[in-house]
Design a protein around this ligand. Structure first.
Ligand code: KG4
Ligand code: ZN
Length: 337
């Protein structure tokens, strides 16, 4: 079965061809970094326009790279939310057009389910397991019992972890997206030069909060500029901030495993591309006797292969009921459980 996946929920126009749920034939991503970087964040209107410009080209490239004809595609899977509505609509309408034109089924995929299932592009993991989806818009802990069976155990009460990386990078005069820049700066910094706060919330809570950390970094930078206080360099601040985020994320994963009595962990979403986070989670899991998996970085950040994979499993579990109709719509806010 050949699935064409389409992803346009945020600032990446992506298309991928996946064979039988695991053999990836192509994975094309046109990221809009150039469009948004000078604004320090995503400009929704520009994101939507860029998707309109790119979507047909990216679909064509994904077919060429997979060496398949559009007429050979059996199923089309598209992100329907959560995300920027103007961006989502471009992908959803392109997918509807292809579905109608070819007379093939269409499946709407929750972007978070795409991130959750990205690991199945490379590994077959036994259910149940704990998954942390950590991206620019979400920081969610799930118990995953099967394809389509997800229980949210905790989520951020304010900023997402990726959002805090982006905002701290901006405070440090860096461009968008901030995550990879902070990671690079942190490599030459001393995380112990200034101790930033860790928000663990109430005892045993699996929720997250990053806005206090962000404010603390801001206050520290202001103080340094105004009073010439502290010796920390920009690298030290990046390292101290990253360590605070990574510590909370990795410790809460272990708490989730203990609470649920599970010993398998998957970390996914854009921030899961971060080497320090991968290392910390792997090490905490090893200490606790748990196993951990991380998709390759290219499958952590937004891509259409994960959407094709989630769409394949959704359709396969019940083809009749899961096929969507042409009244399928995009939804900016969408939950998984
Ligand atoms: O999953 P994703 O591509 O898009 C969303 O669904 O949000 O995640 C993007 C987020 C951005 O906030 C970006 O700064 C962050 O992931 N990110 C990273 C790294 N690579 C991307 N954060 C920390 N370290 C990285 N290496
Ligand atoms: Zn994402």
């Amino acid at each position: 079965m050949l699935v064409l996946g389409l992803e346009t929920s945020c600032d990446d126009t992506a298309a991928a061809v996946l064979q039988d749920g695991k053999k990836l034939l192509s994975n094309i991503i046109n990221d809009q970094t150039r469009v948004h970087s000078r604004f320090g964040g995503i400009v929704p209107e520009l994101a939507g326009r860029s998707h309109v410009d790119q979507v047909q080209k990216v679909i064509r490239q994904s077919l060429e790279s997979a060496q398949v004809e559009l007429s050979q595609i059996d199923l089309i899977a598209v992100t329907v939310g959560p995300g920027l509505i103007g961006s989502l609509l471009v992908g959803v309408n392109a997918a509807k057009g292809i579905s109608y034109g070819l007379g093939i089924p269409l499946v709407g995929v929750n972007h978070l389910e795409g991130h959750l299932l990205a690991i199945f592009l490379q590994n077959q993991i036994e259910f149940p397991f704990i998954s942390l989806v950590v991206s620019g818009g979400h920081t969610d802990l799930y118990r995953v019992d099967n394809f389509g069976q997800y229980k949210n155990l905790g989520r951020t009460r304010d900023d997402a972890a990726g959002e805090s990386f982006d905002k701290v990078a901006k405070m440090l005069g860096q461009k968008y997206p901030g995550g990879p820049i902070i990671e690079k700066l942190a490599k030459d910094g001393d995380p112990g030069s200034h101790q930033f706060p860790r928000a663990y919330l109430e005892k045993g809570s699996l929720d997250f909060s990053f806005s206090g950390l962000k404010t603390s970094v801001k206050t520290y930078i202001n103080k340094k500029q105004n009073e010439n206080g502290g010796n920390s360099t920009i690298n030290d601040i990046a390292a101290g901030f990253q360590e605070a985020v990574v510590e909370v994320l990795s410790k809460k994963i272990i708490t989730a495993c203990v609470k649920e009595g599970l010993n398998r962990v998957v970390v996914t979403g854009g921030v899961a591309a971060n080497g320090a986070l991968r290392k910390a989670v792997a090490s905490e899991c090893e200490k606790a006797g748990f196993k951990s998996w991380f998709p390759d970085p290219v499958f952590c950040t937004d891509n259409a292969a994960m959407i094709a994979c989630a769409g394949y499993h959704k359709f396969k579990s019940s083809p009749e009921s899961e096929a969507d109709l042409l009244d399928l719509d995009a939804t900016a806010s969408l939950y998984l459980d």
